[in-house]
Ligand binder design. Structure first.
Ligand code: HDD
Length: 715
C-alpha cells in the first residue's frame, strides 16, 4: 500500500479540501459566480435617491447576513476544536473488533471539540464548570463519537432529568443571570433536592472544574460501554483520556481574573499550542472487565454517578491521540460539528445506563434544530470517510446527488443495491444482550447509594485540594440567598463527611441540620471498592515536564542580558516558552549595552497569564522594577497562586518589595548556593545561574506550591 492510499491522518484533510474556498487572486463574486466591481454603495435612483430593488448584489449580501446565525447548542455552547489523529499501541482484537483499534501502523483522523457546559457562545472560558471533551473518530467502518466530559461522573442518573438539571444550572429565566456559572439559587436548589447529584457537585467544587488548559485535562466517557470482539464476546469498558502533560488546574482567584483579562484563555491556549507545534496529546485509557463481574462492585456499573476506581480496575493505556491542526473556519467546523453518543462502529456497543439510553435520542434530535434538518451528516466536518450508501433521500440542504431509480429496499430494479452488509463485511450487529422486564417507571435500588463515592472523592484529595473545595463551596453557596437551600446542601455534605460539612457550614452562616435523615441506601458490604483512590487527586498527576509552560521575565533597562539569554536557553531546551515583559513594547537596553526585544508589554498582561516568573539581576533594572506597583503585584500574585518564582543577584530585591511575609530567600552573606523554599528559588551569586535554572525548572514542573503562607499576601 503506498503512503498516499494508506489510511492516515491526512485522509480527512484531503476530504475537506473539496469544500474549501481559497480567495487568493480571485475576483469578488455573487453566490451565483457573477463578478462584482463595486461593493461599497447600493444601486440608487440618483445619488441621493432610493435604493433599487434590482440591486441583486445588495439583496443577496444583506439576505445572507440576516441569516448568518444558527441556534447555539442548548448546552456546551462555547467550545474550541482541533483536528488530529489517533493511533493504537497494540491490537485490541481480544476485546473488540473496532477497526481503529487493530493496527498500530494506522492513523485514524479525529476532530475534537472541548467546551464549557453552562455558558453561552460568548461567555468566558475559565468559569467553574464541567468541560466537554468530545472526539469524532473518522474510522474505516464509519464515525465513532466519544462524547465525554472532564469529570467521570454526572449530576443525574436518568436522562429524563436532564432538562430539569439544565434549566436549574443555566442563567435564571427571569433575569438571565448569572452567565456561565452555577453559583446561583436555582442550581443549588436543584442539587440540594437531588441527592444523586452530590458526588458530581464535589467534582464541580474541586480544582477539576477550572482546568489550566484543555491540554492538561483528563477526559471520561462516563458511561460503561461494551467492547465486542469478532467472536461476539462482550466486555464492559469505561473510556478515559489521559493528557500526556498531566492534569493541572488554575486557582479560583486566577480563573475569575482571567474571565475579565482573557475570556478566551482556554481556546487561545489550544490554538497557540497547535500553531507553535506543541501538539496536545492524550492517551486513550480503558478499564475493561468481564460481563460476569457486573455485580461484583459496591456500586452499579450502569449508574453514571459512579466511577470504577482505578485501583479496582486499572486503566490500560491503549493508544494515543495527537491534535495537530487548527480548524480553518470556526463556524464551518467547530460550530457545525455534530456529535452523538449513538455514533458507534462495529466492536463498540451500549449498555442500559439510563442516562446513556436517553442521550441516544437527544443528540440526533438536537442537530435537527441546530443545523436545520436531517442532512447534517453531509456538512464537511461531519462526513464520514467510510462511503455512505442508503435509501434516505431529500430534505433541506441535501448535497448528495443519489443516482439510479430505486430508493427502497428490497428492490430488483437497482440490482438489490445498496446491499445488506453481513457481519463478515463489517455490518453492525447489535450485541444480543438478553433483556426482559415489566414496564416500570422507577429506579433500581442499586442506584441509591448517593454518598459513598462522594466520600471516596473527598478522602482522596490532599489537604490543599480539600481546602480549595471548601473555599469553592463558600463562594458558590455564598451566592445562594436562601438559607434553607444552603442548609439542605450542608445536610447532604454531612452524609459525605462530617468535617467537610462543618467547614462548609462555617463559611455560609448555617448549621448542620439536626433533623437530617440520610436519603437512599448504604452500599452493599463485601463488594469491590476502595476507601481512597490516589488517582483522583490532581496532586498525584504527572509533574515531570515544563513543556509548553509560560515563563515571564520581568525586565527593564539595565537588566543583565546574559542572565536572560542563559535562562531562556535552559528553559526553552526543556520545552518552555519564555517571555520578556517590560513596560513598553520595542526593546530594552541590557547592562552590556545590548538591545533586548520585549515580547509582552506590561499593560496587556499580568501574572495569571504565566506559569512562573523570573527576576534577573541588574542594579538599574531593579531600581526601576521596584518603583512599578505592577511588577511588585506580579510577584505577589504569582506567589499567592502557588507558582514557581525565581530571582538571582539583586533581582531578589523585587521579591523583598512584594509584600510577601516570611519569605525564605538565599542569604546575602553566603558565598553561593541556591535556596528553594516552596517553589521560590533564589541565588545571590550570578555564577549559580545554571543550578538555579535547574531548580527553577523543577519548581515549574511541580505546577503549584501549596506549602506557602498566602493568607496575608495582598494580591
Ligand atoms: Fe450532553 C452536548 C457530554 C449528558 C444532551 N454533551 C454535549 C457535548 C458534550 C456532552 C461534550 C458537546 C458536544 C459538542 O462539542 O458538540 N452530555 C455529555 C456527557 C453526559 C451528557 C459526558 C453524561 C454522561 N447530554 C447528556 C444528557 C442529555 C444530553 C443526559 C439529554 C438527555 N448534550 C445534549 C444535547 C447536546 C449535548 C442537548 C447539546 C448540543 C449537542 O448535543 O449537539 O443534545
Amino acid at each position: 500500500m503506498s503512503d498516499q492510499s494508506k489510511y492516515n491522518e491526512n485522509r480527512k484533510d484531503q476530504n475537506l479540501e473539496t469544500f474549501r474556498e481559497h480567495p487568493e487572486e480571485q475576483y469578488l463574486t455573487t453566490n451565483q459566480g457573477v463578478r462584482i466591481p463595486h461593493t461599497d454603495d447600493s444601486l440608487k435612483a440618483g445619488e441621493r435617491g432610493p435604493t433599487l430593488m434590482e440591486d441583486f448584489h445588495f439583496r443577496e449580501k444583506i439576505m445572507h447576513f440576516d441569516h448568518e446565525r444558527i441556534p447555539e447548542r442548548v448546552v456546551h455552547a462555547r467550545g474550541a476544536g482541533a483536528y488530529g489523529y489517533f493511533q493504537v499501541y497494540e491490537p485490541m482484537t481480544k476485546y473488540t473488533k473496532a477497526s481503529f483499534l487493530q493496527d498500530p501502523g494506522e492513523q485514524t483522523p479525529v476532530f475534537v471539540r472541548f467546551s464549557t457546559v453552562v455558558g453561552s457562545r460568548g461567555s468566558a472560558d475559565t468559569v467553574r464548570d464541567v468541560r466537554g471533551f468530545a472526539t469524532k473518530f473518522y474510522t474505516k467502518d464509519g464515525v465513532f463519537d466519544l462524547v465525554g466530559n472532564n469529570f467521570p461522573v454526572f449530576f443525574i442518573q436518568d436522562a429524563i432529568k436532564f432538562p430539569d438539571m439544565v434549566h436549574a444550572v443555566k442563567p435564571e429565566p427571569d433575569s438571565e443571570m448569572p452567565q456561565a456559572a452555577t453559583a446561583h439559587a436555582t442550581a443549588w436548589d436543584f442539587f440540594s433536592l437531588m441527592p444523586e447529584a452530590t458526588h458530581m457537585t464535589m467534582w464541580l467544587l474541586s480544582d477539576r472544574a477550572i482546568p489550566r488548559s484543555f491540554r492538561m485535562m483528563e477526559g471520561f466517557g462516563v458511561h460503561t460501554f461494551r467492547f465486542v470482539n469478532e467472536q461476539g464476546k462482550a466486555h464492559f469498558v469505561k473510556f478515559h483520556w489521559k493528557p500526556v502533560l498531566g492534569a493541572h488546574s488554575l486557582v479560583w482567584d486566577e480563573a475569575q481574573k482571567m474571565a475579565g483579562q482573557d475570556p478566551d484563555w482556554l481556546r487561545r491556549d489550544l490554538w497557540e499550542a497547535i500553531e507553535m507545534g506543541d501538539y496536545p496529546e492524550y492517551e486513550l485509557g480503558v478499564q475493561i472487565f468481564e460481563e460476569s463481574e457486573e455485580f461484583s462492585f459496591a456500586f452499579d456499573v450502569l449508574d453514571p454517578t459512579k466511577i470504577i476506581p482505578e485501583e479496582v480496575i486499572p486503566v490500560q493505556r491503549i493508544g494515543k491521540m495527537t491534535l495537530n491542526r487548527n480548524p480553518e473556519n470556526f463556524f464551518a467546523e467547530t460550530e457545525q460539528v455534530a456529535f452523538h453518543p449513538g455514533h458507534v462502529v462495529p466492536g463498540i456497543d451500549f449498555t442500559n445506563d439510563p442516562l446513556l439510553q436517553g442521550r441516544l435520542f437527544s443528540y440526533l434530535d438536537t442537530q435537527l434544530i441546530r443545523l436545520g434538518g436531517p442532512n447534517f451528516a453531509e456538512i464537511p466536518v461531519n462526513r464520514p470517510l467510510a462511503p455512505v450508501h442508503n435509501n434516505q433521500r431529500d430534505g433541506y440542504m441535501r448535497q448528495t446527488i443519489n443516482t439510479g431509480k430505486t430508493s427502497y429496499f428490497p428492490n430488483s430494479l437497482g440490482g438489490g443495491c445498496p446491499m445488506l452488509a453481513p457481519e463478515s463485511a463489517h455490518g453492525y450487529v447489535h450485541y444480543a444482550e438478553k433483556v426482559e422486564g415489566q414496564k416500570i417507571r422507577s429506579r433500581s435500588e442499586s442506584f441509591m447509594d448517593y454518598f459513598s463515592q462522594a466520600t471516596l472523592f473527598w478522602k482522596s484529595l490532599t489537604p490543599p485540594e480539600q481546602e480549595h473545595l471548601v473555599e469553592a463551596a463558600h463562594f458558590e453557596l455564598g451566592k445562594v440567598p436562601s438559607k434553607e437551600i444552603r442548609e439542605r446542601m450542608v445536610g447532604l455534605y454531612e452524609h459525605v463527611d462530617h468535617e467537610l460539612a462543618v467547614r462548609i457550614a462555617e463559611g455560609i452562616g448555617v448549621n448542620i441540620p439536626t433533623n437530617n435523615p440520610r436519603p437512599g441506601v448504604q452500599p452493599p458490604s463485601g463488594k469491590r471498592t476502595v476507601e481512597q483512590s490516589p488517582a483522583l487527586s490532581l496532586e498525584n498527576q504527572k509533574n515531570d515536564s515544563i513543556k509548553s509552560r509560560r515563563v515571564a521575565i520581568l525586565a527593564a533597562d539595565g537588566v543583565n542580558d546574559s542572565t536572560i539569554q542563559q535562562l531562556k536557553k535552559t528553559l526553552e531546551s526543556k520545552g518552555a516558552h519564555v517571555f520578556v515583559i517590560a513596560n513598553t513594547l520595542g526593546t530594552i537596553k541590557g547592562s552590556s549595552g545590548q538591545e533586548i526585544p520585549v515580547d509582552v508589554n506590561a499593560p496587556t498582561t499580568s501574572s495569571i497569564m504565566f506559569d512562573a516568573v523570573f527576576v534577573p539581576d541588574g542594579r538599574e533594572n531593579l531600581s526601576q522594577l521596584q518603583k512599578q506597583g505592577k511588577a511588585r503585584h506580579f510577584i505577589a500574585e504569582a506567589y499567592k497562586h502557588g507558582k514557581a518564582i525565581a530571582a538571582i543577584g539583586d533581582g531578589i530585591d523585587l521579591l523583598k518589595h512584594a509584600n510577601i511575609p516570611n519569605l525564605t530567600l538565599s542569604d546575602p552573606t553566603s558565598n553561593g548556593g541556591v535556596v528553594d523554599a516552596a517553589g521560590v528559588v533564589t541565588a545571590q551569586n550570578v555564577a549559580d545561574l545554571n543550578v538555579l535554572s535547574d531548580h527553577f525548572a523543577q519548581a515549574i514542573a511541580q505546577h503549584r506550591h501549596w506549602d506557602r503562607q498566602t493568607e496575608l499576601v495582598p494580591a
